[in-house]
Ligand binder design. Sequence first.
Ligand SMILES: [Zn+2]
Length: 379
Amino acid sequence: MAQLKHHLLREIAIDLCEREANRHFINITSLPSIEMFILAGKEPSRVFRRIVEDYVTITFLTFDTVHMTYCALKTVYTFHYPHRFKWEKYGWKLDCVYLNNLFIKWARKLKASEWLYASPRLGYLKVMTENNDLEELCLEEDRFNFWATIFKAFPKLGVVRTSACDFASMLLAASTELTFLKVVELNGTGTLDVAYKALYDHQSKCPNLETIQYRAKWLEEICFPKSTVVPSIKHIRVTVRYGRCCTPWNFSFLTVFQKAFPSLESVEIVAHKRCCCYTGGQNVTQKLTTMDEFYQAFQSLHFGFTIKIIFREIMLFLEGEELLNNVVHPFFISKGQFFGEPERFTVKTSYPGKQVIYEGDIRLHIYDDGNFFVDFDDF
Ligand SMILES: [Zn+2]
């Protein structure tokens, strides 16, 4: 096995992990195939270490217990959303001390809260807090008070996921520059102004922070104090979960971003909608008029940064009649590159520096399970 080329070894290791991750169990005693792979030689061990660095997140620790998740598709997102329940089903909890220690040493991603410092640092907790190479930290606690200890234990943090309030306390607690910090993902709507104010006041502490991701209820809520700018920020990504359905988009938030972040290179908006406006037999052509206005308004936007909107929508209709006389499908075919079926499709519309990806899902109201957000993973 040691003679196999690096990329083949990596494929084998990913395949082994996928098999274990696809069994959907939460508590397993061992990963024998993975253990054999690691013990097969220096190169397989090195390859597997890289996979742990990229795809494993330590999600819970005590001195003698470890929970972790493996996900090769995307970063595991673990805030207070349905994803949390979705992903926890895929957790690994191993009995093998040798493997657990390796995973904790090699992991670069940690989801933590007060438990990290609530008990004496023994066993696995000790190994974790000695992992100086940790790069990503997701904090679930609000009012987290251990920032100074975190910075000392994990000096190379490049990605921090935390609430807007804790981001402010994090910047306040930082006594030196957080030179590795490049991405901040904020949770906690309604307090974005708190995070922005803290970032503005302490921007010298995070000179390389380039990307901010956060969730908003409404795009209209985005506003910052006048005449305050944060020049380091180059990329913004906002997920909108609510917002008003079937009303024209107000793109004034882009002007707000332009003023607050003069070096901005890209803005990405991910909007989720669940449209129930037509379950009372109303004429759906009204909706198409609003969508048409959306495309026209988007086309006329001119900013110095790229704009991408991913618009995911479930449309619910009461009667099968609307589905039989599906006017939504021909409307969207005319809007760009169309992929998929008349009831479940993606339309890509591109203009210079701008793109809209519309993902439509047309359902009868009676067959809707209401489980809209569970299928989506944004980050
Ligand atoms: Zn609607």
